[in-house]
Design a binder for this molecule. Structure first.
Ligand code: SAM
Length: 221
């Protein structure tokens, strides 16, 4: 997707992907992966997700990356401290916006370098891999592999549905695609795969016949 697509979604507040709750799958499965309390967690394509607040409360520091300046501003104004303004620093191509353990790098994830990010211990991908059309998905996976050190681990949450019935995003990503394209860089374990059609009225309206949501544990090799 072009940057203009996402910027327009944010300007019009057409952000059906955003949830006012911490993702229940994160709460259920994060403890399984036993990340140390002071870990630094990368959240690619973070939007203004409350999942970053969950990490913050767990004692982790957060490194988000988000294209939309509006999303970043809304995150810190809605979930930050009312009296505290985040610190903004322009570094290279990106603006770094930071407040109390949460830093969001505002800009294109595909342009991030390991120097921009610094050390990362863990990662969390919800609605990030599935936000890329297939033509860019591999570039995203390669970028993740470049940024994540060996031994870092994380959760990946994906959706799978018959792509011909509905156009993304979110795009359908099959288990076979993940195994074919990510197993060279990660040890992959599928923790769950659930039928979630009834919880997703948008998919029912578009007459998508089935929809599954999977959670993976990934360990960077
Ligand atoms: C489907 S949303 C998911 C947001 C968040 N992960 C959540 O669960 O609410 C995808 C987000 O990625 C952002 N995005 C899209 N392309 C990007 C890119 N190249 N670099 C950084 N962020 C990007 C969009 O602005 C949007 O906020």
């Amino acid at each position: 997707m072009k940057a203009s697509f996402w910027n327009e979604r944010w300007e019009k507040q057409q952000i059906g992907f955003h949830s006012e709750d911490v993702n229940p799958l994160l709460v259920k499965y994060w403890p399984h992966i036993k990340v140390k309390p002071n870990a630094r967690v990368l959240v690619p394509l973070c939007g203004k997700s409350l999942d970053m607040c969950y990490f913050n409360e767990m004692g982790h520091s957060v490194l988000g990356c988000e294209l939309s300046e509006l999303a970043v501003t809304q995150f810190f104004s809605e979930y930050g401290k009312p009296d505290a303004a985040p610190k903004r620093t322009q570094i290279g191509l990106h603006q770094h916006v930071e407040l109390e353990g949460v830093k969001i790098i505002q800009g294109d994830m595909l342009a991030l370098t390991p120097q921009d990010c610094g050390h990362i211990d863990a990662f969390y991908d919800r609605a990030a891999l599935i936000a890329w059309p297939e033509t860019l998905r591999l570039a995203y996976v390669e970028k993740l592999m470049m940024l994540l050190p060996a031994g870092s681990q994380g959760l990946l949450i994906t959706l799978d549905y018959p792509q011909e019935v509905m156009s993304g995003p979110p795009f359908s990503v099959q288990n076979d695609w993940i195994m074919a394209n990510m197993a060279s860089g990660f040890v992959i374990e599928r923790l769950s795969c659930e039928d979630v059609l009834q919880d997703n009225p948008k998919f029912i309206r578009k007459q998508v016949p089935w929809l599954t949501e999977s959670v993976y544990r990934l360990v960077r090799q």
